[in-house]
Design a protein around this ligand. Structure first.
Ligand code: NDP
Length: 301
């Protein structure tokens, strides 16, 4: 058996196209585009690339996107002052603070300072709590992208057995909360889990978010299961070269799973698309515009 390979790139492109149509309709109604403010502190090259890619994607979809780049020497007070300014700016709908922050800065204090109504990353404790309670919330982008792919592949998820490897606040925990909201029976596994392979074999749905290259082997997977590989691991591949692998051994898993996301080209592209979706949702809530009706009466392209 060879699994269906879920094309996250194509799904993200189609979601971004829909968001661009919605952003145009929002701009016509509100008199301004939905707007995202990104805060980058320091010179971490990976963070700079992430922030740049998010800005490019936002502008390509007709959003306004402003990047605030502060030096690594920025103090907590100045960073908090910038967040307070963005909170108070009526033209800013979404704020993201790129993590990790340089040593010496308290990321918890910064994240709690972001207005929960502009919290497009879904990291504010109020949004974390709302998600845990099953209430409407800003949901972290990566698990939201995973859920869209699962729904697309499986339809209604009710009653399915789901196993999530990883319990971080960015991926594992919110992913598990979303799956509970979808009426799945959820197991969260982590580095202290005993008999991980056995636990994984229970999953009709298996989400791998451990940050361990090719941790999940083919014989850990229930035949026919849907496997979402969140991991992004860079391995050396010859002199001066590297390759990306996920947390799942793709070559083995594709023989057993019913469907699987590749790395790259699976979860990654959906994460940025979901950031735009969150920004538009915040913009609509803040302006009282009904997102559901944004495209009403408009012909589909
Ligand atoms: P963290 O390091 O914050 O969390 C990793 C989790 O995996 C922890 O809960 C840890 O357990 C668990 N874990 C680690 N090793 C094992 C193991 N051998 N067996 C079982 N559980 C294990 O990582 P993140 O959640 O931030 O990210 C996870 C992966 O997803 C990374 O590869 C990251 O690059 C990727 N990622 C991809 C994104 C995308 O857009 N595609 C976005 C965000 C992340 P414990 O809690 O016990 O330490």
């Amino acid at each position: 058996m060879s699994a269906v390979v879920i094309d996250g790139k194509a799904m993200a492109l189609s979601l971004r196209a829909e968001l661009a149509r919605k952003a145009a309709a929002f701009t016509a109604r509100a008199g301004r585009p939905p707007s995202l403010a990104a805060v980058l502190v320091g010179d971490d090259p990976a963070s700079a690339i992430y922030v740049r890619n998010k800005g490019v994607a936002a502008r390509a979809a007709g959003f306004d996107s402003v990047e605030h780049h502060l030096p690594a020497s920025t103090g907590q007070k100045n960073l908090m002052a910038l967040v307070a300014r963005l909170n108070a700016d009526p033209r800013v709908d979404g704020i993201l603070v790129q993590l990790p922050l340089p040593d010496g800065l308290d990321s918890g204090a910064v994240l709690i300072a972001v207005d929960p109504a502009k919290d497009v990353d879904g990291f504010h404790p109020l949004n974390v709590g709302r998600l845990a309670l099953g209430e409407p919330a800003c949901v972290p982008c990566t698990p939201q992208g995973c859920l869209i792919m699962l729904r697309h592949q499986l339809g209604d998820l009710t009653g399915r057995e789901a196993v999530v490897i990883g319990r971080s606040g960015i991926v594992g925990r919110p992913m598990a909360a979303l799956l509970v909201r979808e009426n799945c029976t959820v197991t969260i596994a982590h580095s202290r889990t005993r008999g991980l392979a056995e636990v994984c074999r229970r999953g009709d749905i298996l989400i791998a978010a451990a940050g361990r290259p090719e941790l999940v082997r083919g014989d850990w997977i229930k035949p026919g299961a849907t496997v979402i590989d969140v991991g992004i691991n860079r391995l050396p591949a010859g002199i001066g070269k590297s390759r990306l692998v996920g947390d799942v051994c793709f070559a083995e898993a594709v023989q057993v799973a019913g469907a699987i996301t590749p790395v790259p080209g699976g979860v990654g592209p959906m994460t940025i698309a979901c950031l735009l979706a969150n920004t538009l949702a915040c913009a609509c809530r803040r302006t009282g515009i009904d997102e559901e009706r944004l495209l009403a009466g408009r012909p589909r392209p």
